[in-house]
Design a protein around this ligand. Sequence first.
Ligand code: PRX
Length: 638
Amino acid sequence: MTKSTYADFYRRSIEEPDAFWAEQAQLIDWQRPFDTVCDNSNPPFSRWFVGGTTNLCHNAVDRHVATRPDDNALICVSSETDEERVYSFRELHAEVQCMAAVLQSLGVQQGDRVLIYMPMIAQAAFAMLACARIGAVHSVVFGGFASGSLASRIDNAQPTVIVSADAGSRSGKVLPYKPLLDEAIRLAAHQPAAVLMVNRGLAEMGMQAGRDHSFEALRAIHIHTVVPCVWLDSTAISYTLYTSGTTGLPKGVQRDTGGYAVALAASMQHIFGVSPANAAGQTYFATSDIGWVVGHSYIVYGPLIAGMATIMYEGLPTRPDAGVWWTLVEKYQVSVMFSAPTAVRVLKKQDPKFLKAHDLSSLRALYLAGEPLDEPTASWISSALGKPIIDNYWQTETGWPILTIANGVEPKPSKFGSPGVPMYGYKVKLLDETTGQELAGANQKGVLVIDGPLPPGCMQTVWRDDARFAAAYWSSIPGQQVYNTFDWGIRDEDGYYYILGRTDDVINVAGHRLGTREIEESISGHSNVAEVAVVGVADSLKGQVAMAFVVAKDAAGLELPANALKLEGDIMKVVDTSLGAVARPSRVFFVNALPKTRSGKMLRRAIQAVCEQRDPGDLTTMEDPAALQQIKDLLKPV
Ligand code: PRX
């Protein structure tokens, strides 16, 4: 296709979307061609490439086996267990077919859900690709989540099979998964037909006869089994991935097959600069986890669809030393790297010699996403690496960047602090929070929304809850059907956007998206908690941390620091065991009352402002000013 400026490219995606996306669709293989590019006859439920059949696993694996069987495909590195294993496309093909056969032997059929609760090991990617191969719907749950979170996801996904492993490892500490999984299955109403356990030899698994199966034993039977790809409707569900929203109940973001494959293939070319012509010999290194959307799009599917090798890394950026990532860049000739600002802030505290000690000439750019990238962090890593730093803004819901710089179309300068400009296919607008009026001028803060239909690759709906999809995302602005990102944004004179945080109760801790309501519900599970408010507070390392303010049922003795500390510790333990340490608040403070409006609405934004030493704004509707004052006093440095 003819490429000109990004402005032309973008304009065409908006003005002639069918022609534009039909061209992009040529980046993947179709078994049967589609007859409709986008069916938006029932908004907000848009359907992409209707009538076409394809398969994500075919596009990620099989088509490359045909041309480049011995090229690197999946590179698994654990700095925790000191293991390193490279799978070629041919080997990956065999392992994925084997996993598909194993899943089928356990009863998994097309359309069934398979819940994947795993550390960053090769079998997790095999399981995802195997599901895609046979048309099963995978639902990966982040390994850092504990029994309560896992149980609610099991009940929502109703998996036929759960795939897990004996343990993960973090900072040299073995984290057994099986006890958490057993407890989650005990808590859940839905019971899976089978549990498939990968044994890394790290922890006891306590296999339950009849239900639990050894992956290694089944692999030995199925390692040579041929399992062809099932050709799926473009609109068939490929996966669900839970994410936090305003209520305590996580939403299952549901994704299609064809639209997702096209969106990823297009993003690999236009955003990450990897085209079918230059993919061979290139390696992508995303430091995220398969439990998050970045792991789905840019550890597993995106790079493989593009035909490049991808690194799956288990471990910290600082172990055995702060050079570990750069060792991998050098060793595997990484050309594209993707991480989160928090990781960069962690590296910034380390000796800069680790960055200088490696040949990073293969690296073209570092992409950062998941949370705001502050200017000092961007400048530091930019000069330390001497490479372009490309901020990109998106969400679990969209699956690929909404705002960034499409250097594969036309190189453009980045502006530190801004993720960039709207990507092709996204009709981004800023609206006034109260009136819903579009803010057409520059430098006005508004809610970032997107006009429908969303481009391919974005969520189809909330799993089993169309009403929630329509209500939560598309009806929040009175009188308009627009997709709400729930982020504040601002646009400068050059059309670059800046993201100013969430408009709802979602917080972002070290790039991990968490719902304050979920944490509040978990804390309420402690017998001495009458009421609780959790807010996200700015943190120089993690971006944000959660802070909890609790009204105790029995506050007697809490004025003694030792007692308060004990209760704080107990409450943190409740969060650890129900949600996981990832959601643990950094502090729990005990208060007499929580600030609320006269109608009983919790003033979370005011609490947050006070925690961040900002002006809490208009408090005329506040019922009890003393409550906010007490929080102010508690936070005063002593
Ligand atoms: O608030 C925005 C923030 O993270 C949210 C989405 O998180 P998640 O669903 O986990 O998806 C992450 C995909 C990269 C957004 O609503 N966010 C994400 N990227 C950025 C960001 N905030 C500022 N700048 C970014 N680049």
